[in-house]
Design a binder for this molecule. Sequence first.
Ligand SMILES: C[S@@+](CC[C@H](N)C(=O)[O-])C[C@H]1O[C@@H](n2cnc3c(N)ncnc32)[C@H](O)[C@@H]1O
Length: 264
Amino acid sequence: MRTAVLWGVVRSALETIKREPAAGDVRSGRAAAGEPGPPVPLDIVDVGGGTGGFAVALAGLGHRITVIDPSPDALAALERRATEAGASDSVRAVQGDLGTVFDVLEPGSCDAVLCHGVLEYVEDPAEGCRSARGLLRPGGIASFLAANRTAVVLARALGGHVAEALAALHDPRGRFGAHDPVPRRFGEQALRDLVEQAGLTVHAVHGVRIFADLVPAAAIDVPVGSGPAANVADLLSLEAAASALPEFRAMATQLHVLAGLDEA
Ligand SMILES: C[S@@+](CC[C@H](N)C(=O)[O-])C[C@H]1O[C@@H](n2cnc3c(N)ncnc32)[C@H](O)[C@@H]1O
């Protein structure tokens, strides 16, 4: 539920990518089983893809996914997940990181790059965005998801940690203190600037988890349609409806920027 908006935006964006079939394009995932799939399987790189929740789901649509992650444990979990889903032929796990991605992948070799929950942790987010752009073929898309600094200010204040809320508000990296586990958070304009300065065109910005982290868990555990607004189906609709509205996405836990590399 927390990633439904993200999944919808990324899935729709992938459907807009036009690529000529190439040698070695084999229909896989659901498409191989005769179900509707993409006309051409896309090459997708999920940088910092972790245990592969997103990657394996995309493989299920019929795409080829390479997950780059520095964590051997995450990659082992990804391989298990891919095997269990019958997707191991279309998911490749590669140990590496955003800073050294061209040691393991060719520049201009993929149709889409996902960089979800990673810019917060890299040494140099500007360089990270340039690397993501460098992986793309013209006409490809890049999907960036990063922690929103406004949300942590709100969350700390709502939790009664007012001094930490104030600290996060003033800290250039949006951190609430030395014990904050997240090295960096972003405002919307800062994230857009990073993406544009890397040479990408921003297509859309969405807020992810605007309400999902605020609604009490007990309120979600009611049968769909039987409760007031706070049940899963209604919450999904609420998140989707508010995700593109600037006044709501400003307080989302995460900001999503969808961008593209223009055709030459
Ligand atoms: C918060 S998790 C996000 C995982 C996944 N992308 C998601 O959205 O659920 C951050 C991931 O980034 C990876 N990571 C940390 N530093 C990285 C770097 N410099 N380059 C690439 N990945 C990195 C971590 O190993 C971890 O799997």
